[in-house]
Design a protein around this ligand. Structure first.
Ligand code: FE2
Ligand code: FE2
Length: 480
């Protein structure tokens, strides 16, 4: 079976025709997701795609679309999407990968009707357990010739981290994480006194965070679980930045986009410095008046960024994210817009990261912390209309059922801290055993619950460290 690979050693970047073609192709898939083939919207998109397809195929003969290392190639030319295009592309890539499809080749004999059949076949099979060969069979059965499927690229050897490597990465992650907190603290302190913010430090720390997360996302996600900071707002900003960047990296955003996203996430709540300190630190549930005050922080944040940060792309995006991060997908949030318009991708990412962190820390709105698994369930089932559904699914796949850094009780009656998720089974993470009924262990041993030899053991529930008198912070910060 032929798998995806580039014909040329050196690849070019896709031109305007390829871009029009692939964008209209992905929009077609997305539309098929929501409506029937007879629907007028679908029909319009289908004709639009066919025009773009014909233009390209008449000139070049058959057209290949390939997914290689998360990037998309049309006719072996790499496509550079804008950030929204990237999200749409990611959605399709995920579906294809699930079905074992790494690419397709479209022949010039293809007509509209067969393309539509293909699109709906994939939409229908999306959640099935079929592999690429089965999909190929279906194509034949349905008489859809002119489309050949390519298998996904051969898996590269997974880099296995040695114990030493991991210790090093966790240490490096800690240094970067605490630097991020101090950058936010410094920036908030300066803006509170209406002084300008030096953004070079913020940019540097965002770049280090991107590098650390790209190497080992779990060593940073683990740190977001240190919940007992005195100054919650600063740690919250660093946490939101870590979650947002992890999502951005999984989405395949480029370095420049990641840098802007991280920067915006770090300063999303900067408007809070303009609110009375008693309100931010208020230990009780907010009353109506407190809420009116609190709802001013997005606008205050945008204004602060525009006033105290030198204006450039980074500042512009950050101001928009500060303004939009509580608006919600269904516009139930704040500020209320006079004219409803979709929020930008970065705001939709930050909204998810922000809600997760705020609810699981219990420090901002509810004043009561909720275990992370419950927060995710709440977001998935009760709050789902508030978020971008694809991004929410992506977030859940990163955080897992038991996020890195949470304390859990195992069926063996041992206590353990989650080190990282296993991609094959989100409810069976890798854990570090820290103790049992007779007390804490001297050495913490890691155990991968997704491995067959541990199939008899499982996580029973998430435990609140305070209830067991366990200092989770020192465990997370230790090299053990
Ligand atoms: Fe906020
Ligand atoms: Fe926030």
């Amino acid at each position: 079976m032929e798998s995806v690979r580039l014909e040329k050693e050196q690849f070019e970047t896709a031109g305007k025709d390829e871009l029009l073609f692939i964008n209209s192709f992905f929009i077609l898939f997305r539309t098929a997701h929501y409506v029937e083939a007879s629907n007028a919207t679908y029909q319009t998109q289908s004709s639009r795609f066919y025009v773009n397809f014909r233009r390209l195929v008449d000139e070049h003969g058959r057209i290949s679309i390939k997914v290689i290392e998360g990037r998309i190639f049309v006719r072996d030319k790499m496509v550079k999407f804008d950030s929204d295009g990237m999200v749409r592309a990611r959605e399709i890539i995920d579906t294809w990968r699930h079905l074992g499809i790494g690419g397709i080749i479209l022949d010039d004999s293809l007509d509209n009707r067969r393309i539509d059949k293909f699109v709906y076949l994939i939409a229908k099979l999306e959640r099935s357990k079929l592999g690429m060969e089965d999909v190929s069979e279906r194509l034949k059965d349905l008489g859809i010739d002119g489309i050949a499927l390519l298998a996904t690229e051969e898996k590269k050897e997974q880099v296995v981290l040695t114990e030493e490597n991991r210790t090093f990465m966790r240490r490096a992650a800690r240094v970067t994480f605490f630097r991020a907190i101090s950058v936010v603290q410094d920036a908030m302190f300066r803006t509170a006194n209406d002084k300008d913010i030096d953004i070079s430090k913020a940019r540097r720390v965002v770049h280090s965070l991107i590098d650390r997360i790209a190497q080992d996302e779990f060593s940073l996600i683990e740190l977001t679980n240190i919940r007992d900071f005195d100054e919650y707002t600063y740690a919250h900003s660093a946490n939101v930045c870590v979650y947002a960047l992890t999502m951005g990296i999984r989405l395949g955003l480029d370095r420049q986009q990641l840098s802007q996203l991280g920067f915006a996430a770090l300063f999303h709540d900067i408007g809070k410095v303009k609110l009375p300190e008693d309100l931010i630190r208020k230990p009780d549930v907010f009353d109506e008046n407190d809420w009116i005050q609190m709802q001013k922080h997005p606008l205050l944040g945008a204004k602060t960024i525009l006033r105290n940060i030198r204006f450039d792309q980074h500042a512009a995006r950050a101001a928009l994210v500060a303004f939009e991060h509580h608006i919600n997908n269904d516009y139930t949030g704040y500020p209320v817009l006079n004219r409803k318009r979709p929020t930008i991708l970065f705001s939709r990412i930050v909204a998810i990261a922000d809600t997760f962190d705020a609810l699981s820390s219990g420090r901002v709105y509810l004043k009561k912390s909720i275990p992370p698994d419950e927060v995710l369930r709440k977001m998935m089932y009760q709050m789902t209309v508030k978020f971008d559904d694809f991004l929410l699914k992506l977030f859940v796949s990163i955080i897992g059922v038991y996020p890195a850094g949470t304390l859990v009780l195992l069926s063996t009656e041992q206590l353990a801290v989650v080190s990282r998720n296993s991609s094959s089974n989100l409810s069976r993470p890798v854990v570090k055993l820290i103790g049992d009924k007779s007390g804490p262990y001297e050495e913490f041993v890691e155990m991968d619950l997704s491995q067959p030899e541990h199939s008899g053991k499982k996580v029973v529930k998430i435990i609140d460290p305070a209830g067991y008198n366990i200092d989770i912070k020192s465990i997370i910060l230790s090299d053990k």
